[in-house]
Every structure is written in structure tokens, then in C-alpha cells.
Design a protein around this ligand. Structure first.
Ligand code: SF4
Length: 570
């Protein structure tokens, strides 16, 4: 479909934030505060250049701010204290300060309690939060502070002049599955900005394209991820208090699979329970949703959830490559913030304060850029420099080889990571290299021989619909919905690979690794011919398929704005 360019509206803004997560919202709010304070100072001192009528716009693909935001989550409040010092008085929706912590190593039925809380998992002074609630609250603060917020708008393309970023294009609306215009057709809009801030999340489609085009990952480790599946349950009063925290290692994940479980007590008898699984797993039969269901059957978790009720489900990937996987984050006309910039401390399982601080630092550089009317890479690189000098840069550096240390398995990883932490990063100094997650997956015959594994070998369990749920039921609890009459937003480059090479070598792992049952292989009863069916309306926008497909055959692109999960307490 070609759009006649005259139909396309062009909107000019000064600063454009792409993505309605914590990083962009924090940045937009901080920038509007900085501009206001700057103008007050100029007014008071009677000298200097005022910044009048600066337009700050923010695009979000979800229906509401926060509806696509999901995390464990425990938040270190250090960045929020900078951004909104009186955040509690202003009604920040924190669930509770962390009051009690336990760490367990799980076997199938047993548990060993750690006698101490490993320092990185010590959450004294941190808060349990629902990221969707916190993000929504921050969105309301930013919206009340002269930031123009546009939900339901998915940015689908970066606009360039040469190699200089000049803004983004939003997706068309009202296209039918065959690519024809429907009666409600609306062309995308071009938003031009002096500076564009990319915060399109873990494996953000725009950032991914930027990294490739501008070679922002030159000399860096490839990005690596975990996928987290999470549910929020309502449980009987007093069973698990707000502020109670449990972290687990071991079961149901095998010792060569990176990851672990969490249980966080929220207000109003709610509990957040989830499992993170490293996408560098080897087994083509691994299904992170299935592993999560097994986690809930472990006696430690089952006792907490007993007689409870599932309220919400969701999944997302998180970048865990750390310091050496952070791309160049400033270039002509733009910067990258938050998860898109791989700002996450996997050792502490924390990204919220890094996302927020990156937004704050980006805003400070953008203020300078507005004052100097200079949006070149040289000017915007001050953001990158200040990030590495800041407490988040130092935190990232201290545990720079954490995730790589686990590539030899849980036990070796624990020893290496523990020593690196205790010695303040004085061992494993140089860069440990890593490979993209999909490379790690082995062929079925490499792991199981020529006979296909039995359900028992694959660890398959029956779901009871009370404590364990199949994917379709869980997706219902995510509120996910998409306009069905649009082209699928999962692009399979070569379906032939699915029916031949991928089937033979990996038994189509997309059927298992997608936590929302988007991929389904239908077999014709007469001919035995397979057809890939995409239940794209189920998609949780987690990006696992884009990352883990062994042939890099799947690309996730944003669907029509407004589609996707409707998280409210995740
Ligand atoms: Fe995640 Fe891809 Fe499945 Fe969507 S289709 S839920 S992005 S794995």
C-alpha cells in the first residue's frame, strides 16, 4: 500500500519521546520541569535565553499509559526521589516497602533456604510496585505538566535525513488483512522533532533498526534477554503480607538454564508471582510458560496460592546483556533510553531506576541542546558520558560480566558472579564475550537422539484450570486484544523454513516458546500438509519470537495502535 504523501500529516515538535514507559515518561516530565525552572531563573536574574513554547510530545502504542507495562517488580526509589522528591505525598502507587526477604534453592519438591540474603538481592529500602500502576501515575504527572501524550499511536518507522534522525512515522490504521484500505483508513503521521528519544522497550523495533543502520552496536556484545511470565493472584488475607519477598533459584529450571522465580506481596491481599527464563536456553522443547506453571505447583508457591484466584497474566522480555551490550546511545538527532538501551542490572533483577535515571539524564542533555540549538551527536553524547559517570553507569560496570558468567551453568555462574560482586569487579575484569540467544538452541537430535522425546521427557504437565492454566486461558487474563481485520504483525520471512528445516531440526520451537499461543501448526487431515496459523490477536508484545527463532525467521512489528495487553496491576 502506497500512501500519497500529500495525505500524510506532518507534525513538528521540539522533543519527541517514543514509548510510554518509565524511561520516556521520566525524561519528558524532567525536561518540562527543567524548562520551567530555567525560565523562572532567567526571569529572576533578568538575563539569559528563555525557552518559550517548547513542545514535548510522547507516543505510546497501548490504549492507556501503563497498559503495556509489566515487571516483577521491586523498585529502588533512588531515581524517583530525584524526579519527584515527594512521590509518596503525590500518591505514587507503591504497594509496600520491602519488609521481609527470603531466598531459596528449589528442588522438585524440596527447598533449601539461604542462611543469608545475598547482598545484590537485599532490598532493604526498596518498594514493591506494580509497573503498570506506577507508569500510569507517572503518565498523569507528565500529562499535567505540559507533555502532550498520544496513546494508541504505534511508531513504525524512523525518519532520517542522511544518518540524522528527524522523527518517526506512526502506523497506518484501517488496513485489512490483504493490505487494502477499509472505510476507517487513516494514514500514519510523520512527527518531526529536533531530538527524538527512543524508549520503545526491550527489543524495541525502532531501536533495533537504528542500531543496525547506524551500527550502534559496533564493538559490543550482542544483546541477550530473559523472558518473564507473571501472574497476579488474590489470596486469603494474611497468607503473604505486603512487603514480603521471596526469590528462588533451581526448580523448575535445569541448572544449565539461566533464571529464577519471584513472589512479591502487594496490597489488598494480592501477590505477584513469576518466573524469569534466560533466552539462551539450549532445549528446543523448553516452554517458559509451562515452566512457570510448574513453578506454581512447587509446594513453596502452591501453599501461598492455595484457595487464591488468578487476576492477571502477562509476559515480557528483559535485556540482561548488561554493560558490554549497551549500544551507543546518542547520535545525530536522537538518544536511546531504558530497556531499549539495555539498561538493566540482571544481578539485582532491576531496571526501573535505571530506566528512570536514563530519562532524567537524557532530559538534562536535551535542555543544553535546546539552549545551544545544537542536536548533533557531539552535543547529545553528553547524555552517554553522564550516564556512564552516574550511579547507574557504575552499577552496570561493577557487574559487567554477570550474565556471561552463567553461561557455564548455575553453579559455575554463582561462584563467578559471587566473587565478582564480593571483589567489587576486580575479577573477570575484561569483557566476557557472549552470543545471541538463538545461537544457543540445540537441534532436537543433539539433545534427544533420533527418537522424539516423550511428553514425560519434555516435562509436560496437565493444567488444572485452578492453579495452572493453558496459554489461551492465561491470555484471557492479560486483557490482550487486537483488531482482527488487519495484517498480522508477526512477519515470517520464509514459511518454507517452518515446514522443512525448522520442523526437522527444532520441531518448530515457536509453538512452545511463545507465551501466548500465537503460533499454531495446522495439519491437513487428508494430505498431512502443515500450515502455520498466526493467532496474532493473542500477542503480548513480549518479543520472544523475534529474539529466539533459531533461523531469525520472525520479525515482530507493531500492530495498529491500541492493540495488545491491557495490564492494570502488573
Ligand atoms: Fe511474544 Fe512473539 Fe508470542 Fe507475541 S507472538 S506473545 S511477541 S512470542
Amino acid at each position: 500500500m502506497t500512501i500519497v504523501e500529500e495525505e500524510r500529516e506532518i507534525i513538528e515538535v521540539d522533543v519527541l519521546f517514543v514509548g510510554g514507559g518509565i524511561a520516556c515518561l521520566g525524561g519528558a516530565l524532567h525536561l518540562s520541569n527543567l524548562i520551567r525552572k530555567h525560565n523562572e531563573r532567567v526571569e529572576k536574574q533578568g538575563k539569559g535565553k528563555r525557552l518559550d513554547e517548547i513542545t514535548i510530545a510522547l507516543l505510546e502504542k497501548g490504549t492507556d499509559i501503563g497498559s503495556h507495562s509489566i515487571s516483577g517488580a521491586i523498585m529502588d526509589p533512588i531515581a524517583l526521589k530525584e524526579l519527584v522528591p515527594d512521590f509518596l505525598e503525590k500518591g505514587a502507587p507503591v504497594e509496600s516497602e520491602v519488609t521481609k526477604e527470603e531466598v531459596y534453592l528449589l528442588t522438585k519438591k524440596g527447598r533449601v533456604k539461604s542462611p543469608i540474603i545475598p547482598p545484590p538481592l537485599n532490598n532493604h529500602g526498596n518498594y514493591i510496585v506494580s509497573l503498570s500502576r506506577l507508569t500510569n501515575w507517572l503518565g498523569r504527572l507528565a500529562g499535567g505538566n505540559e507533555v502532550d501524550i498520544f496513546p494508541c499511536f504505534a511508531a513504525t518507522e524512523v525518519l532520517y535525513e542522511g544518518n540524522r534522525v528527524i522523527g518517526v512515522r506512526t502506523g497506518e490504521k484501517g488496513i485489512d488483512p490483504d493490505g487494502n484500505r477499509k472505510a476507517n483508513f487513516e494514514p500514519g503521521i510523520d512527527l518531526h522533532a529536533k531530538v527524538t528519544v527512543f524508549g520503545d522497550g526491550s527489543r524495541g523495533n525502532l531501536t533495533n533498526g537504528l542500531i543496525k543502520k547506524l551500527k550502534l552496536d559496533k564493538g559490543k556484545n550482542p544483546q541477550t534477554y530473559v523472558v518473564g511470565a507473571k501472574e497476579v493472584w488474590e489470596i486469603p488475607e494474611g497468607r503473604f503480607k505486603p512487603g514480603d519477598v521471596i526469590h528462588t533459584m533451581g526448580y523448575p529450571l535445569k541448572s544449565n538454564t539461566y533464571g529464577g522465580g519471584f513472589i512479591y506481596g502487594m496490597k489488598d491481599n494480592l501477590v505477584s508471582v513469576g518466573l524469569l527464563t534466560g533466552l539462551d536456553w539450549e532445549d528446543p522443547y523448553l516452554d517458559p510458560h509451562l515452566e512457570f506453571q510448574k513453578f506454581k505447583l512447587h509446594p513453596l508457591v502452591a501453599d501461598i496460592l492455595r484457595d487464591g484466584k488468578l487476576l492477571q497474566y502477562g509476559a515480557k522480555t528483559v535485556p540482561v546483556g548488561g554493560y558490554f551490550s549497551v549500544p551507543k546511545i546518542a547520535f545525530d538527532g536522537g538518544v536511546i533510553v531504558g530497556d531499549s538501551a539495555s539498561l538493566f542490572i540482571s544481578q539485582k533483577i532491576k531496571g526501573i531506576h535505571l530506566a528512570m535515571k536514563s530519562g532524567i539524564l537524557a532530559a538534562e542533555t536535551i535542555l543544553e541542546a535546546l539552549l545551544k540549538d545544537d542536536f548533533s551527536a557531539a552535543r547529545l553524547e553528553n547524555y552517554q558520558t553522564s550516564l556512564y559517570k552516574s550511579y547507574i553507569g557504575k552499577e552496570l560496570y561493577k557487574v559487567r560480566n554477570f550474565h556471561q558468567a552463567f553461561q557455564g551453568g548455575l553453579w559455575i555462574g554463582l561462584i563467578k558472579a559471587g566473587l565478582q560482586y564480593i571483589l567489587g569487579g576486580r575479577i573477570l575484569k575484561g569483557r566476557l564475550n557472549t552470543e545471541s540467544d538463538f545461537v544457543h538452541q540445540k537441534k532436537v537430535t543433539d539433545l534427544y537422539g533420533t527418537d522424539l522425546p516423550t511428553d514425560e521427557q519434555k516435562g509436560i504437565i496437565k493444567f488444572d484450570g485452578k492453579r495452572t492454566f493453558d496459554k489461551a486461558s492465561d491470555v484471557y487474563y492479560s486483557g490482550t486484544i487486537h483488531e482482527e481485520q488487519q495484517p498480522a504483525h508477526l512477519k515470517i520471512a520464509d514459511l518454507n523454513i517452518c515446514y522443512t528445516k525448522c520442523k526437522e531440526e527444532h520441531q518448530n520451537p515457536c509453538l512452545r516458546f511463545c507465551p501466548a499461543n500465537v503460533y499454531e501448526m495446522e495439519i491437513d487431515e487428508q494430505t498431512g500438509k502443515p500450515t502455520m496459523k498466526l493467532n496474532f490477536s493473542n500477542c503480548l508484545h513480549c518479543k520472544t519470537c523475534d529474539i529466539k527463532d533459531p533461523y531469525e525467521n520472525i520479525t515482530w512489528i507493531p500492530p495498529e495502535g491500541g492493540g495488545g495487553p491491557k495490564y492494570t496491576i502488573m
